[in-house]
Design a protein around this ligand. Structure first.
Ligand SMILES: NC(=O)c1ccc[n+]([C@@H]2O[C@H](COP(=O)([O-])OP(=O)(O)OC[C@H]3O[C@@H](n4cnc5c(N)ncnc54)[C@H](O)[C@@H]3O)[C@@H](O)[C@H]2O)c1
Length: 351
């Protein structure tokens, strides 16, 4: 398979390295508009061809193209490559708007092309293990999903902290709680330095109101925290991505209420039992992601993280943005999105 990669800034070189490691990849052409990036990477990857112009990826014998450029450019580049008949890999967040995402999904489906959205965390050993534990019912009914992703982070120029960081945790949440339908989103945040928010908190409300999800993202924290708590009625799980060896801990603890007649009479009992840390596969997530991209093309099937999954995340990001601008108003997610957009999308509207 022959792969093109557009965007060789911070993230793109990781894609080059991981696609080079795939047995079925026999050619990589990498592209960046910046000469200095090409010069640096030519020495690092002598087997890769380089170009400054992404049009060279369109007429060559390239099968698929990965796009690792700033978010505001994703749609135009993705559309251009799909129109040239290429399968595409698009970095998170998939697009700048749900309309753009829907357009790409629709176009790819009618042309039998694959879209892979890089929700990298779904390919980590830790998230695969969490999915296994939750699906087995070990935690019992899930009552909340609480995520914190904060540090002194790199400010982005085109998107706020929600669009930059929350796709990771939202995609994990959607994957783990795949049986729950989202009703709506509330968000609050602050922009201390320029117009884009550097700190935000999102709450996800489900149709099943016995479960709740919360996300805290921040580029301006003095400490780095990457932690998700998933609480079930039976057991509770903590995923600390900064831990080297014990990333997941499962606590056999919880709360039992003996009588629910009234709060006064309720007998609240705390269960505090053992904790264990399951073994987690160590393979690099991007390597697994690259394998999945290649096999979904070879097997003509949807990838684990498809364009439709990317669209779902963009819908949540858009709703969060609306809520942020409307003093934390609850924004309902439109689950009949297809009907809304079916006739309205103009394929060339954004090109
Ligand atoms: N999956 C992950 O964990 C992860 C991690 C980091 C970044 N990302 C995503 O990767 C994307 C890129 O982020 P980054 O931090 O590498 O950005 P970056 O700004 O460091 O690099 C982007 C590169 O794209 C190049 N570029 C822009 N337009 C181009 C065009 N038309 N043709 C060729 N090159 C072009 C720029 O010159 C730059 O070198 C973003 O969508 C980001 O959200 C994903």
């Amino acid at each position: 398979m022959k792969i093109g990669i557009i965007g060789l800034g911070y993230w793109g070189p990781n894609l080059v390295r991981n696609f080079l490691a795939q047995k079925s990849v026999d050619k990589i052409v990498a592209c960046d508009v910046k000469e200095d990036r090409l010069e640096i990477l030519k020495h690092k990857f002598p087997d890769v061809e380089f170009t400054k112009d992404c049009s060279n990826l369109m007429d060559s014998d390239i099968d698929a193209v990965a796009i690792a450029t700033p978010v505001e450019t994703h749609f135009q580049l993705a559309k251009k490559m799909l129109e040239a008949g290429k399968h595409i890999w698009v970095e998170k967040p998939f697009t700048f708007s749900s309309k753009q995402a829907y357009d790409l999904v629709k176009f790819s489906k009618s042309n039998n092309l694959k879209i892979f959205v890089d929700h990298t965390f779904l390919y980590t050993g830790a998230v695969k293990k969490i999915k296994e534990i939750v699906d087995k019912g070990e935690l019992g009914d899930i009552i909340y999903f609480d995520s914190v992703r904060i540090n002194l982070g790199l400010f982005q120029h085109d998107v706020n902290v929600v669009w930059d960081l929350a796709p990771h945790d939202l995609s994990i949440m959607k994957y783990i709680l795949s049986d729950k339908n989202i009703l709506g989103v509330t968000a609050c945040g602050i922009s201390n330095y320029y117009e884009l928010e550097n700190l935000a908190q999102l709450s996800i409300h489900f149709e099943d109101d016995s479960c709740f999800a919360h996300f805290h993202v921040n580029w301006t924290s003095p400490v780095k925290i990457r932690r998700i708590i998933i609480a079930g009625k039976r057991k509770m799980l903590v995923f600390d991505d900064l831990e080297n060896s014990e990333k997941i801990k499962i606590y056999d603890c919880g709360v039992d209420i003996r009588s629910t007649e009234s709060l006064h009479n309720a007998l609240i009992q705390y269960r505090i039992g053992d904790m264990y840390s399951p073994k987690v596969e160590q393979t690099e997530a991007l390597n697994c992601a690259a394998k999945e991209f290649i096999s979904c093309i070879e097997e003509n099937r949807e990838p684990l993280t498809s364009g439709s999954d990317g669209l779902e995340i963009v819908k949540i990001l858009e709703a969060s943005e609306k809520s942020l601008k409307n003093k934390s108003k609850l924004i309902y997610l439109n689950n009949n999105f297809e009907d809304d957009y079916k006739e309205k999308i103009q394929i060339h509207e954004f090109v």
